[in-house]
Design a binder for this molecule. Structure first.
Ligand SMILES: C[S@@+](CC[C@H](N)C(=O)[O-])C[C@H]1O[C@@H](n2cnc3c(N)ncnc32)[C@H](O)[C@@H]1O
Length: 225
């Protein structure tokens, strides 16, 4: 199947390149230093709050669960989780300026979060030899990888395999996407994961059809990936 048949209704974009994110977070770092602006909250504050609410409910999570945010950006989601009392938080992003910004914001909020520069697609990065995680979160990173200008289908499969590797047995992936539907995510992750929950976002109605602009699925790692 050709890439464009499996890439959904969107094609490659600058959002799928590291150069874009490095330049974006360099700008956001300067803005934060100049006037304490933390920058973009991807998919909005309400979306982030609904994810944090799901963690706060605590049905599948403990406050000391080992949590990794993949493609953490400015670290805003982790900062909110730290304020809710989660104690074992790590953020990773392949963009060094993003990691620098996230550290500066966390320090200013006086919260304890570990950050490291790492590429989820590069298994040589030290994060892959660290202790495994109970939970991985992703808000917009699988989407960004899905916009890569080359080898996009291969990169998506590598992403699924690598998240599987980073998680403990029966570990969870809480993934939020605005590019893929629930059905598409279920299909993409079916080789290594089963869906155990969904975080509901507002729906819209258009032309008699009901849809959502944002999808959050909670996957549990299956034995083999
Ligand atoms: C849409 S932004 C979302 C940032 C953050 N999760 C949020 O919700 O604000 C996508 C993020 O994924 C990061 N990213 C993209 N590809 C990555 C990769 N291969 N490994 C690690 N991070 C990546 C980008 O640097 C960027 O921070």
């Amino acid at each position: 199947m050709a890439d464009d048949e499996t890439a959904g209704s969107f094609g490659p974009s600058k959002l799928g390149t590291k150069e874009y994110w490095d330049a974006a977070y360099e700008r956001e770092k300067t803005n934060f230093e100049d006037h304490a602006d933390v920058g973009e909250i991807w998919f909005g504050e309400d979306c982030m709050e609904r994810i944090v609410d799901w963690f706060r409910e605590g049905l599948l999570v403990q406050t000391d669960s080992r949590i990794l945010d993949i493609g953490c950006g400015n670290g805003a989601l982790l900062v909110e989780m730290a304020k809710e009392g989660f104690t074992s938080l790590t953020g990773m992003d392949y963009s060094q300026p993003s990691v620098d910004l996230a550290i500066a914001i966390s320090n200013s909020e006086n919260v304890n979060i570990a950050y490291q520069r790492a590429d989820i697609l590069n298994e040589e990065d030290p994060i892959f030899s660290a202790d495994r995680f109970d939970i991985c979160t992703d808000k917009g990173t699988y989407d960004a990888i899905s916009l890569s200008p080359d080898d996009v289908v291969q990169k998506r499969q590598t992403y699924v395999n690598h998240v599987h590797r980073l998680l403990k047995d029966a570990g969870l992936l809480v993934i939020t996407s605005c590019n893929w539907t629930k059905e598409e995510l279920l299909e993409h992750f079916s080789s290594g994961f089963e869906s155990v929950d969904e975080i509901r976002h507002p729906t819209f109605k258009f032309g008699g059809k009901v849809g959502t602009t944002t999808t959050s699925i909670v996957f549990r790692k299956k034995d083999s990936g």
